[in-house]
Design a protein around this ligand. Structure first.
Ligand code: 1PR
Length: 527
């Protein structure tokens, strides 16, 4: 029986599912005594350092947890569960951590790198430990903006390090107290092995220090499979795919498969993440859309890479006049197994307000959700389309000279953001939206392109460069992939952090392993 310390806010469903998949049962900490009586305690911190420590204190968990750790009892911290073991964090100066390991957690600080550090990176093993039994050097999944560094005082507890802006601590072990900055529950089969190694030993044997060889790891470029999901005319939930967002063929909604089965296939093929977009969620209250919640629940039981869900994340009032905030909607998705939510239309509205008043209200969906679940859990999905102009002076928007002229030979264009899946235009351009969302606290941009969607003609490199250069959060390039060369092209020609595709995967035109193999051949780092 594994005791899970869930202090309420986060997505611990994926941790629970991953533990169960290794054959163990899980019970939740409900009262402080549950910590005292635990045999093996797992703490997957979620949100921010300050929020985590303060919530532990409010619930009366902080003292018992610290005693449990000082007694050297079996413990696995994940992500913030590692960071809170340190003395303090720049994320919340003045709030002391559990102080089990000496040192301070710092923000990544290199303007050339995307922050958060999201994706699959390696680890350099500094100590021999049962935790990494049978570990064969696979990449593991990270998502964080802050990290601890090796110092002379904590060096003995450092199990592995990882390279990003220099070297940071990616796992620690002090006696029976272990913690990982990466997410074993989201790191595919390698992560499952690490979790099993920990859980199957009530006592982890003392780690033995290895030599201090120079070792560097590299963050991989991510390949994401995207499933646009909606009901077809018979009411069945199907994966569909449009041409420039039109998903109907001869009047019928295209049916390319069942969501959970298809997602599982992509997981087995080696997709680094799976994204579900509930593409008609703007029409109805998404929490009434139980099939979508069920898709998420079932997927998260069998898929151990990050799951993102988008569609309908905004404020709603239902037929009984009950109000649901965007945070309520997102919370339901997180509890059902999502690791990130993706906000489309509502992000345009939030940034329009921001631009109008010049200040953030703290009440937008992006701000509310990132405050509780952390920036890394909030993706903004941009649906832009090109608007051609003859002269840059014809508009106030960020205009770009393009190598792909318009229908009347126009050499300039700007990217108009749309709402409701391209059905409604806005006066916000893609650069304004991306910058605005970053300011409001989004952790990542999913950059679609209506002009390229479903065309198989390649990614819109001009758009991707424009947006990538405007923000420091990671950008996922989307729309237009038609052959493996399009993936290498987008990684070589832009700084994009990930590439997402739908049609080519659904129609089995390119298997995901073929994409990875092609990228590896060109020395582009992938998992
Ligand atoms: O506005 O918060 O409710 O979110 C709605 C979400 O649904 C948005 O993320 C929006 O992008 C998405 N969406 C709405 N309508 C459509 C549609 O296709 N009719 N999907 C749609 C479009 C893009 C992709 C596609 C890529 C890659 N999303 O899903 O996966 O373009 O395609 P390809 O590789 O086949 O070219 P809200």
């Amino acid at each position: 029986m594994i005791t899970l310390l869930d202090y309420g806010a986060g997505n611990v469903r994926s941790v629970r599912n991953a533990i169960r998949a290794t054959g163990f049962e899980v019970m939740d900490v409900k009262v402080p005594e549950d910590i005292t009586t635990a045999d093996i305690l797992v703490f997957p911190g979620v949100g921010s350092f300050g929020n985590a420590v303060n919530t532990l204190k409010e619930k009366g968990f902080f003292g018992p947890l610290r005693r449990y750790l000082l007694e050297d009892r079996p413990f696995l911290g994940i992500c913030l569960g590692l960071q809170t073991l340190f003395e303090a964090s720049d994320e919340c100066p003045g709030t002391p951590g559990l102080a089990i390991i000496p040192g301070r957690v710092e923000r990544f600080n290199d303007s050339r790198l995307s922050v958060p550090h999201i994706g699959w990176n390696g680890v350099c093993v500094k100590k021999k430990s049962a935790l990494f039994n049978a570990y064969a050097g696979e990449k593991l999944y990270f998502v964080h903006s802050f990290a601890a560094r090796t110092t002379p005082t904590n060096r003995d507890s450092v199990l592995t390090t990882t390279s990003y802006d220099g070297e940071f601590i990616s796992s620690v072990q002090k006696g029976n107290v272990c913690a990982t900055q990466f997410h074993p529950e989201k790191s595919g089969r390698a992560g499952q092995d690490i979790l099993r190694n920990f859980l199957s030993r009530a006592r982890i044997s003392t780690a033995v220090r290895l030599s201090d060889d120079d070792c560097r790891t590299r963050l991989g470029k991510r390949i994401i499979a995207c499933l646009d999901v909606r009901s077809n005319d018979s009411g069945d939930l199907v994966v569909t795919k449009g041409d420039q967002y039109d998903v109907r063929e001869k009047g019928e909604v295209r049916n390319l498969g069942k969501p959970v089965e298809l997602a599982k296939r992509y997981y087995d093929e080696g997709a680094d993440e799976i994204t579900f977009l509930n593409i008609t969620a703007f029409r109805a209250f998404p929490l009434k859309d139980q099939p979508m919640i069920e898709v998420l629940r079932r997927s998260s039981e069998q898929i151990f890479v990050p799951l993102t869900i988008g569609g309908g994340i905004r404020e709603f009032t239902d037929a009984e006049d009950r109000r649901y905030s965007a945070l309520d909607v997102a919370g339901e998705y997180f509890r059902s197994g999502a690791d990130k939510v993706s906000i489309g239309s509502d992000a345009v509205t939030a940034v329009a307000d921001l631009l109008k008043t010049g200040r953030a209200t703290g009440k937008s969906s992006i701000e509310e959700i990132s405050r509780v679940y952390g920036n890394q859990a909030v993706v903004v999905s941009i649906d832009p389309r090109r608007v051609y102009v003859e002269d840059p002076g014809d508009t106030d928007h960020t205009v770009m000279e393009t190598a792909v002229p318009g229908p009347n030979g126009e050499k300039y264009c700007w990217y108009q953001c749309t709402l409701r899946g391209g059905r409604e235009g806005s006066d916000i351009d893609a650069v304004q939206l991306a910058r605005g969302c970053e300011k409001l606290g989004a952790g990542e941009i999913l950059l679609n392109c209506i002009d390229r969607d479903g065309t198989n003609s390649g990614f819109d490199l001009e758009l991707i460069n424009l947006v990538k250069n405007a923000v420091s959060i990671p950008v996922i390039a989307s729309s237009g992939a038609g052959k493996v060369e399009h993936f290498s092209e987008v990684f070589k020609a832009t700084g994009t952090d990930a590439a997402l595709a739908a049609g080519v995967f659904h129609r089995r035109e390119i298997p995901i392993p073929a994409v990875k193999e092609h990228l590896r051949d060109l020395d582009i780092e992938v998992r």
